[in-house]
Ligand binder design. Structure first.
Ligand SMILES: Cc1cc2nc3c(=O)[nH]c(=O)nc-3n(C[C@H](O)[C@H](O)[C@H](O)COP(=O)(O)OP(=O)(O)OC[C@H]3O[C@@H](n4cnc5c(N)ncnc54)[C@H](O)[C@@H]3O)c2cc1C
Length: 375
């Protein structure tokens, strides 16, 4: 299953798994139920070095690969998949600044993001602009001496806890989209409210943010082609979320295997029944296939390959479908014990459905894959 990872990456993965079992597992339920603070948890991850894994050492990061980062997300999501969503938003912002930021933006934000002193959030979605972000109505008025931002963003992961927002807005004058780095501290013009309580991934908040003539600081625009920047941010998140889906499916499978070995019915462990064995065999096969595709997307990112976009879409599509189906199969093996709130399987099942929608729906992944096939 892991033949594509180098021995040092295998060692890293073992280290992450140990960390996740010891440090994330005990807090998983409290994080999902809002009894533990996600912000404090992310700060702890930042202090341990997990928020700046791909940031260059000169900016306080570990100069590691995107694949290393993806492996950490996989390990974390074996216990708490909402963390994967929160990390995907933070890493989107990190990677955008790394790729498109100028020297001043990099030296100002990357050290804070690496240490977890700043958490990132990506603000794209609006009421009338879901899959089709060309319909964005948030507007940046750049004509005046002091540019300003007005508009309302929905479903902003980390919205409430983020200190650095990347906001997509339409330029009032040119009508073109652009991305802006906005410090969230100005509470007079930036109003953050709770998003609706959602089916799963509950530890990560998805908030509404309204900007009312928020001042855009000088030099806060990310220079470059906005559509490329948005697509890059989405592809980055899709790859992270693919690994999160793999992590949660692996977590659910572990529970199912353990249950199959210990639950006795009709005088045998239920794992002795072929019906259960086949479920677990299918689960293991689907998980391995989805994992290889997700790792393939992470490699494409690291190699800056043009096929990153295609693999990120394929990885998100397959891993979320696998997670949705196989977390359900895990509950089938667990029987009623998998349906209760105390069981992480119940949480994984709710989390998995979310993955088919957030950061681009499965239908939109197929649109991207077909575009790459030039059909
Ligand atoms: C948990 C979660 C976290 C999120 N985090 C963020 C975030 O941090 N920042 C942010 O900006 N946004 C975020 N979003 C928003 C998310 O990106 C959008 O929900 C997603 O892009 C879909 O938009 P929509 O929900 O408006 O659905 P719509 O675009 O209205 O789609 C509705 C349905 O129509 C289908 N559809 C639409 N267009 C097509 C087409 N061309 N071909 C085929 N089918 C189509 C869709 O696939 C879907 O089934 C998040 C959403 C969720 C659920």
């Amino acid at each position: 299953m892991n033949t594509f990872l180098s021995s040092s990456q295998e060692a890293l993965r073992e280290q992450y798994e140990k960390y996740a079992a010891e440090e994330i597992q005990p807090s998983a339920k409290d994080l999902e139920q809002g009894k533990a603070s996600l912000k404090e948890f992310l700060q702890k991850l930042g202090q341990t070095g997990f928020l700046g894994m791909t940031i260059a050492k000169e900016y306080g990061g570990a100069s590691g690969s995107f694949l290393d980062q993806a492996l950490f997300v996989e390990a974390a999501c074996e216990y708490e998949a909402g963390l994967g969503l929160a990390l995907s938003a933070h890493f989107q912002v990190v990677e955008l600044i790394k790729r498109y930021g100028d020297d001043r933006q990099k030296s100002r934000y990357l050290p804070l993001l690496a240490r977890g002193e700043a958490v990132g959030a990506f603000c794209l979605n609006e009421e009338n602009a879901g899959s089709d972000y060309s319909l964005i109505e948030a507007v940046a008025t750049t004509k005046q001496e002091a540019p300003k931002l007005t508009g309302k963003k929905l479903w902003v992961v980390n919205g409430k806890i983020a200190t650095l927002l990347v906001v997509v807005a339409k330029d009032e004058e040119t009508g073109k989209l652009s991305l802006w780095l906005v410090d969230s501290g100005d509470s007079k013009t930036i109003k953050v409210t709770d998003g609706a309580k959602k089916l799963g991934l509950r530890s990560a908040t998805s908030d509404q943010i309204e900007f009312v003539e928020t001042k855009l600081a000088e030099g806060s625009r990310l220079e470059g082609d906005a559509v490329q920047q948005i697509e890059f941010a989405l592809d980055t998140a899709k790859t992270i979320l693919a690994m999160a889906s793999i992590g949660m499916t692996a977590g659910a499978m572990k529970l199912a295997v353990e249950h199959a070995k210990t639950r006795k019915q009709f005088g045998k462990n239920i794992g002795a029944f072929q019906a259960i064995q086949w479920k677990l065999a299918d689960m293991s096969t689907d998980l391995s296939a989805a994992r290889m595709l997700a790792l393939r997307a992470a490699w494409a990112f690291d190699d800056a390959k043009e096929d990153f976009r295609k693999y990120a879409a394929m990885a998100k599509l397959l891993s979320s479908k696998t997670a949705r189906f196989q977390t359900g199969e895990a509950i089938q093996v667990l029987g009623a014990s998998g349906l209760v709130e105390d069981s992480p399987a119940e949480r994984f099942y709710r989390d998995a459905k979310m993955m088919e929608i957030c950061q681009g729906t499965s239908e939109l992944q197929k649109v991207v894959i077909a575009e790459e096939l030039k059909v």
